[in-house]
Design a protein around this ligand. Structure first.
Ligand code: GLN
Length: 425
């Protein structure tokens, strides 16, 4: 297909009937599919075929969905543009010559191009919301623990959730209904019903924002591009005309969120990716009699540059003598971010900001500057640090490029962000 949205095109039929009967779903290639290769966008796993389905995949099949293929992604989810994939970049169907965002860029592009009705992505620090924003579609990062991670190849397991990408808020909510809920295979899942929520997500997409109180974190708006900010405030005015009101809030901790996120994500990645040694998992570089050299060769050949950078930095941050200086500090910052968001949400139903501070970059533009790429995640990573739910919904365009608006809700308050977002569609 023209945009390179898929790594593997296939057809996996689901049950004859169910809530998703007759609909196709594209699945990010770090979500395990029995008998269909699952590469994580990496040469390390280019012929890896899992022997089992991820829980979300079993639920899709039970719901009658047809899986249309496995989508392109930044290698192991590490990126914001889908350009670190070993299978080449994906192009943004909504903005020619531009990146689709990442790391779930293939999933968002498949939906935006009409190559699938719906898609699943994973979001460790924005990887569902960023590509949704860049491709002009809807994406939801659920509350940590709402959706099973069983069968998701881990990048940074304390931060990530699988979630839906769809053309509309209602369709994203329908897909969330299918995948949400406790799973005996994932001990970190929680029952929304026991935590003040329920699972009627699609019904919440009723567009009714009369009386809704929106908190706007100034830190997440002030640093965005001018064109993005204009679209954002127009959307807020639209919500006001429908009966919502807003006040500005301060989240002083978010200044440190990007640093804290990258220390934690890279530390967890260095540990999670240790299994790819060419013996337990991953392609072997060929055994030459020396274990250390064989291990090093498999990883040298199998991993791309960005993945290696992160494993090295993560290993460094966790090493003896540096643990307190980096990892522990990052955990303290994470607790502070969580506290700031809880406080802000005690006086607002939802928080709102631009999803991404910039419009989609040109293909090739940000690859040489990893720091610039990390900073583009400023508005999305705090939400993962705080374990909260968030949605990105199309809010308009600047110079013909899509702009997404992000709503953040309280833990297991998915209905609130779905309702708010549905008023903009
Ligand atoms: N861009 C962020 C990163 O590279 C987020 C990725 C993700 O959510 N998987 O870590």
């Amino acid at each position: 297909m023209s945009h390179n949205a898929y790594i593997t095109e296939t057809t996996i039929e689901g049950a004859d009937d169910g809530p998703l009967a007759g609909r196709t779903v594209a699945v990010k290639d770090n979500i395990s599919t029995a008998d269909v290769r699952t590469t994580c966008g990496s040469a390390m796993l280019d012929d890896y075929v899992p022997p089992y389905d991820a829980t979300v995949v079993s639920r899709l099949k039970d719901a009658g969905a047809t899986i249309a293929g496995k989508t392109n992604m930044d290698e192991f989810g590490m990126g914001t543009t889908t350009e670190t994939s070993a299978f080449g970049p994906t192009e943004n169907p909504a903005a020619e010559g531009r990146v689709p965002g990442g790391s779930s860029g293939g999933s968002a592009a498949a939906v935006a191009a009409g190559e699938a009705d719906l898609a699943l992505g994973s979001d460790t620090g924005g990887s569902i919301r960023c590509p949704a924003a860049f491709c002009g579609v809807v994406g939801i990062k659920p509350t940590y623990g709402l959706v099973s991670r069983y069968g998701l190849v881990a990048y940074a397991n304390s931060l990530e959730q699988i979630g839906p990408i769809a053309p509309s808020v209602e369709e994203a909510a329908e897909l969330l209904e299918v995948i949400a809920g406790p799973d005996e295979h994932d001990g970190t899942t929680r029952d929304a019903a026991e935590n003040g929520g329920n699972y009627d997500y699609a019904a919440a997409a009723d567009g009714d924002v009369d009386g809704l109180e929106i908190g706007i974190p100034t830190e997440l708006v002030d640093d965005a591009d001018e064109g993005v900010t204009e679209v954002f405030w127009d959307a807020i005015a639209d919500l006001e005309s429908k009966g919502a009101s807003y006040h500005e809030v301060e989240l002083p901790s978010v200044e440190h969120a990007v640093e804290a996120y990258y220390v934690i994500a890279m530390s967890e990645a260095s540990s999670n990716l240790a299994r790819f040694d060419g013996v337990r998992y991953g392609n072997s570089g060929g055994y030459d009699g020396n274990w250390n050299e064989t291990f090093a060769k498999a990883r040298e050949e199998g991993f791309g540059e960005e993945v290696k950078r992160r494993i090295l930095l993560g290993t460094y941050a966790l090493s003896a003598g540096y643990h307190d200086k980096y990892y522990k500090k990052a955990q303290d910052a994470r607790a502070w971010v969580k506290q700031d968001f809880d406080e802000a949400l005690s006086e607002a139903d939802v928080l709102a900001s631009p999803t991404m501070p910039v419009p989609p970059m040109k293909l090739g533009e940000s690859l040489d500057d990893p720091l610039k790429m990390y900073l583009a995640d400023a508005n999305t990573v705090p939400i993962n640090l705080a374990n909260l739910p968030a949605i990105s919904v199309p809010a308009g365009e600047t110079e013909d490029l899509p702009v997404g608006l992000q709503f953040v809700g309280p833990a297991f308050g998915e209905q609130q962000i779905i309702r708010a977002a549905s008023a903009l569609a």
